[in-house]
Design a protein around this ligand. Structure first.
Ligand code: ADP
Ligand code: DP6
Length: 224
């Protein structure tokens, strides 16, 4: 596995229920910071790649937001958990392999917000985003690897709002660790309320973006 050349100076680990807006919010962060600053990663990317390969499935459709992914979600969860039982940090390591960027902000994992796993050669990115942490082991991996740099962000939306975005309760998914693993036992550093009647996302994200920009400038100073 490719080693990281440099330590990230900021890692924002996002989590949230299905259709809460993890992709939407992390993509907004990348838009605000610019792709020269913010690189997007996703934990479900390498999981889906391996699962698709082992089961002869269409990876592009698994990566997309449509019904194809939902058709296999429950089995992907079971398959992924069997891999995590052997190696809890497996997908975190795979998603961040080759990452040389000094700042991680956000999303990872695969996505309508593209899994953009960029090496230093491809981008002078200084912000990276892990957007789809689902389990305590996901968060703990980044906290253990980068204790000074990691901050946790929870994206929250009501079930009503999520339903309007196409979510519906699925037994074996919405009552499983994949969706409930971070419901308790975590003091999130940031909470983003993704609701029409909440303060705008730009307003809520302002302190996080400031943190990323400070990390960006300190990172570029250290690099020169
Ligand atoms: N604040 C928002 N304004 C407009 N559309 C949103 C907003 N938040 C989420 N969406 C839309 O809702 C759907 C689900 O959001 P998404 O980010 O994919 O959720 P998640 O990644 O948490 O499953 C997407 O079509 C997305 O574009
Ligand atoms: C098996 C999964 O990795 C599938 C995740 O797929 P997405 O990351 O596409 O999920 P949402 O964006 O929340 O809809 C979940 C897991 O338990 O690892």
């Amino acid at each position: 596995m490719e080693d990281r050349v440099s330590e990230p100076s900021l890692v924002l680990v996002f989590s949230g229920k299905r259709k809460s807006g993890k992709d939407y919010v992390t993509e907004l962060i990348q838009k605000r910071l610019g792709s020269d600053v913010c690189c997007i990663l996703r934990l479900s990317g390498p999981l889906k790649e391996q699962y698709a390969q082992e089961h002869g499935l269409d990876l592009d459709q698994l990566m997309g937001p449509g019904p194809y992914k939902e058709q296999y979600r429950a089995d992907m969860i079971r398959w992924g958990e069997s891999r995590r039982r052997q190696d809890p940090g497996l997908f975190c390591r795979l998603a961040s392999r080759g990452a040389h960027q000094p700042v991680w902000v956000g999303e990872c994992g695969s996505c309508c917000c593209d899994v953009i796993l960029q090496t230093a050669e491809l981008c002078s990115v200084i912000g990276q985003v892990v957007s789809d942490a689902r389990r305590l082991s996901d968060l703990q991996w980044f906290q253990a690897e980068f204790p000074q740099q990691t901050q946790s962000v929870r994206v929250q939306s009501s079930e009503n709002t999520r339903s309007q975005r196409g979510w519906s309760f699925t037994a074996g998914v919405d009552d499983a660790e994949s969706e409930c693993g971070l419901d308790s036992g975590v003091e999130f550093d940031w909470n983003v309320i993704n609701e029409a009647d909440a303060p705008s996302l730009d307003e809520q994200l302002r302190p996080i973006l400031q943190l990323a920009e400070e990390a960006a400038s300190s990172s570029s100073v250290n690099r020169n």
